[in-house]
Write a protein that binds this ligand. Sequence first.
Ligand code: D5M
Ligand code: FE
Ligand code: ZN
Length: 540
Amino acid sequence: MPLESSSRVVQALTRRGFNAEREAVTLIAESETPELALEAAVERAPDDALVLTVAHVREALAADPVPDPEQVSEDSADSAGPSAAPADTDAGAAGESHAPTHDADPSGSTGAATPDRAGERVDVPHETGGSGSAVGSRSPPTPVVANDMTGQSTGTGAYDEFVGVFRDRYDRLASQLRGRVNHRPADSVESMGGGADVEIIGLVNDIRSTASGHWLIELEDTTGTFPCLVMKDRDIADLVNELLMDECIAVSGTLADDAGIVFVDAIHFPDVPRTHRPNTADRHVQAALISDVHVGSQEFLGDAWSRFADWLHTEEAEHVEYLLIAGDMVEGVGVYPNQDEELTIIDIYEQYETFAEHLKEVPGDVEIVMIPGNHDAVRLAEPQPGFDEELRGIMSAHDPQIVSNPAMVDVEGVNILMYHGVSLDEVIAELPAEKASYDEPHKAMYHLLKKRHVAPQFGGRTRVAPEERDYLVIDEVPDVFHTGHVHKLGWGKYHNVLAVNSGCWQAQTDFQKSVNIDPDAGYAPILDLDTLEMTVRKFA
Ligand code: D5M
Ligand code: FE
Ligand code: ZN
C-alpha cells in the first residue's frame, strides 16, 4: 500500500500502536520512501514510547538516508526540484541547544507602535550589523506549499471562465456560511410569500443607497439575484460600508409583503471562527517576514539590506531559519508612468541578477520562500504564478522556493498565508479610515480574513485572472497572514490569526511623496514560530 498521504501514515502508525506528532507524520509522508521511513522511525523509537515524535523520525532519516534506487532511474529531473528531504536531520538539535535569549532585549526600542500590535519592537543600532560572527549551521526542513498554482494556469480570459471562477468562489465560500444560515436559492425566495423569514447567500452584485438613505444590496447566487434592504438606522448599517463588490456574504431577514425584497436583520461573513487555535512550531525557530525589496530602484536601501543580511549571520539571529518574501523583489520596468526616471537598473533581468546577488548575502542555510508582487516579471493578474525558469535560473544560487501569489506555506507546522497585497489598496480606499488605513495596514488585512478572500473585488485596481478554481479564496484558516505592497509596517491579531504587513526596503519615491505615503523602510519583522510572538528589527 502506498503511503503517500498523511492519513495513510497515521493509519499505519495506529496499527503499530503509535500515536504520532503531526509534524512526524508530515515528515514521513513527505520523505522519499514513506514506507521505509515509517519502518525506520518505528524501529528507532524506544520500546516504551507511545508517541512517535519528530525527533524519532529525524533520527531515523538521519541514520539511514533511505536508499531509493527507483527514484534515480525513474526521473532524474526530480533532483532539480525541491526534494531536500534528507537535509532535515539535525534541525532539532540546532533549535534545542541554545535557549532563546534575545527577544527581550530592551535596548533601543522605539515608539511608533500601533496599539494592538502583538509584539514588541526592538531597533538594532546600525553598528551591530556587519559583525559577521559565524554561527552553527541551520538545516530547516523545506516548507510545504499547499496551493501553489505555478504551472497550473488554465485561464485564457474567455467569458465562460469568469463565470466558472465566480461559481467556484460562490460554492466554496457558501459552504463556509451554510452551517450558520439556512439559505434559499435567489430564484425561489419570491415564492415564499410576504412576511416569511428568509436567508440568502450570495456574491455582492451591487450596493446602492436609496433616495431615503437606506442601503440596497443585490446578492447573486447561481440561480439569480435578489435585492436586500438594510435600513440606515439599524446597527448593521455600519457593516454595509465594509462590503466590497463580489465578496460572498449571507443575510437573514424578512420578506416584504409583496415578496420582492428582503428587509435585512443580520449580515454574516464567512469569517475566521473565534475559536481558531493557531498551530505553533514544536521547537524554538524563527522566520523573517519581509517584502518589497525593489532592487533596481534608486530608492532601494542597499545598505540597510546588507545590515539585515549581516545580522542574519550573527548569533543573535541563529534561530532565524526562514526568510519569507511577499513580493516586489525588484522595481521592475514600466510599472508606473515615468518609473524609468527612478531606476538605477533599467533591464529587468539585470534587476533580478542584482537581487540574486543581494540574496547571496543571506546565510546559505536559511530557507527562502518567495512569491511575486505587482512589480515582478510575471503576469499582473492574480493569482500570479511563481517566476519562470529563466528568472529561477538567475536566482538559483540560494535555491529559494518560488511559488505563486497567493500561497499557503506550512513552515514547521505553522500555516502562513503569503499574499503580496495589491487588494489592500482597494480595501483602504473603499472602507472608512477607522476600519482600514495605510497607518494600520493589518486592520485592512483583517477584512480579507473576514471575507475569506484575498482580493474579492473584480474589475477594480486588483487585476484578477479567471482560473478553473478561485485560488484567491482563503479555504483554510491561516495561522499567520503575511502581506506587503503598501510599504507600511503593521501587525496584530484577528481571531487569533496574526496579520503582518511587512514594510519595505525602498525609501519614499516621488510618487509616494506626491500622495503622502510615508513608507516604513528597512524593518524586518521576526516571527517566533513556536509562540507566534513578533519582534521587529530595524536596519535603516
Ligand atoms: O506599491 C507601494 C504603495 O504605493 C502601494 O500602496 C501602491 C502605491 N503606489 C505606488 N505607486 C503608485 C501609482 N503610480 N499609482 C497608484 N498607487 C501607487 P508598489 O507596488 O510598491 O508600487
Ligand atoms: Fe512594493
Ligand atoms: Zn507592490
